[in-house]
Structure formats: C-alpha cells, structure tokens
Design a protein around this ligand. Sequence first.
Ligand code: TXA
Ligand code: MG
Length: 303
Amino acid sequence: MTDAEAAAALSAGHLVILPTETVYGLAADAGNAKAVAAIFEAKGRPRFNPLIAHVADLAGAEAIAVFDERARALADAFWPGPLTIVAPVRDRERVCDLARAGLDSVAVRVPGHPRARAVLSAFGGPVVAPSANRSGRPSPTTFEDALEETGFAASAAIDGGPCAVGVESTVVSVLDGRVALLRPGSVTRDQIEALVGPLEQDGEGHRSPGRTALHYAPDAPVRINADRAGEGEILLGFGPGVGDPRWSLSPTGDLREAAANLFRMLREADREKPVGIAVSPIPAQGLGEAINDRLKRAAGFVG
Ligand code: TXA
Ligand code: MG
C-alpha cells in the first residue's frame, strides 16, 4: 500500500489503518461524516467522545483551528511529534460535527511518523484518527495488533513497524488563554510548563470527554504497584532483577522503553490467559506520569 493509495482511499471515504509514532490510528477524512460515523461504529466508541484531526503541518492546523501565541509556541516546539493541541474550531466543515462531538473546539496534531506525514501531505486536509483499538481496549502499537483490533473496518492499511513512543499523544487545551493538560503523554508536564508557564490545576472548563470512559484494559484484571506475581499472575517488571526478563517492561528501568513496550506486553500477557496481570511500580516523574495514567485506567481505578 503506497502513501498515494492510502490518500486516495481516504478521499473515497474509506477507513485506513495509519501508523503514527505513538500508536496506530484508524483514519478517515475529517470532513466526511459518513466515514467518521464508520470509525465510531468500528470502535464501538461513544459519540460524545471527539476525535483528533491530524494534519501535515502548522498551516494545516491553523486552517481548521484558532491558535493563540501559546498554542503556536507549543506547536513550534513539539511538532511534528506526540502532542495534541485542543483549540477553538475555525472550519466546522473540514472537521465535521460528529468528529468534534459537536464541540466548539477541535483537537489537532501533526504526527512525526514519516508514513503518516506522507499520507497527510498526499491527502491535503485533516484526517481524524483515534487509536485503532476497539473502545476500552489497549491501543495497538504494532501493525498486527492494529489489524486484529479494527482491520475488519479498513479498506487499506499501512505497516509502519512498531510504534516508537507506545503511549498516545499528550493532549493539552489552549482555550481562553489558559493551558490545561487533558492527557499525559511523552511530551511531559515539565516540558510544557517550561514553555508556557504553570498549567491550570483543575483543568476547569477544559474537559476531555473521552477520558472518563477510557480503560486501556486487557481481559485479565490488572494489579498495579505489585512487588511480586501472585498465584497464576504474570508480573510485568520494571528495573534490574525484577521478575522474569521475558516480561520486563524495561530491564534497565528506562521509562521510554517501558512506554514503548507497555500496550504490546499487556496484550501478550493477556494471550496467556493468566489469572491476572501484575505490574511493578513505575516512577511518577516525566514519562512515568503517562505510563501510570494508562495503568491506573487499565486497573479500573479511573472512570
Ligand atoms: O497518539 C494519539 O493521539 C493517537 C494517534 C492515532 O494519533 N490518537 C488517539 O486518539 O489517541 P483517541 O481518539 O484515542 O484519543 C483522543 C483524545 C480523547 O481522550 C478525546 O476525548 C480527546 O482526545 N479530545 C479530542 N477532541 C477533544 C476536544 N475538542 N476537547 C477535549 N478533548 C478532546
Ligand atoms: Mg484511544
């Protein structure tokens, strides 16, 4: 499947499995309500949960969203890359109502994966792409996992290899001159604050409709901050000498490696049909915030 063929499939209203550096997405033309509806259908996603519009560059972003100075500073610093910016919507047709779940804001991101960028450039407009999992399940970080989750709904699929980052993009809202962190990711809180100053604490007025409904959950129950595996459990370890090396998120205790392995290992462990999946404590700092966020949700502590 070439980039031009994938872009043509999008133009024809089809869904495409699209690799990004974070996780695989299930993509559609953001302005085609029928195609967007097919995404919600394939994922079993609640219609109140809006999608991210992916564009090729900052000009593409500003064509659909209204960026203030701080949004532009964030885009300059982190695009292309794993950051999504929620800003007031400018073009309500190119990102249809259904894609935005009727909101006056739109989430925009310029992904860094070369194949995603090539498809977006060839397509020439915004492409919505939620993670290619069925709603509530861990996001796919390999081509095979993406096909297994929602391949049935796509008429085209691009194999971009394993995702380098492994957790979904950081989502920040920049609305009314205030910046809030809606979803932690590999662009960290500290990196964002260094650029735009302190983030809103409560995120008041900045809500991410999907967050409470998310779970990232495998079938087996997940137990976090575990010292050791219980009877019949698989322990996903972190750090030197912790558990079975086959199931280590990172034997050296490297957060980047752990993030890249997280969803794939949850899926692999799940295939063994264990009594449960235990996970070692992960440090809270930096990228650890995003990993712990996903683990807490997988364990059912949020939402
Ligand atoms: O890394 C990623 O962001 C991946 C890849 C494929 O780009 N995509 C992804 O999309 O994770 P999804 O749909 O699984 O997550 C999008 C998140 C949801 O939590 C959604 O509620 C939030 O972004 N969101 C989208 N539009 C929003 C808006 N206008 N206001 C607040 N939150 C929004
Ligand atoms: Mg998702």
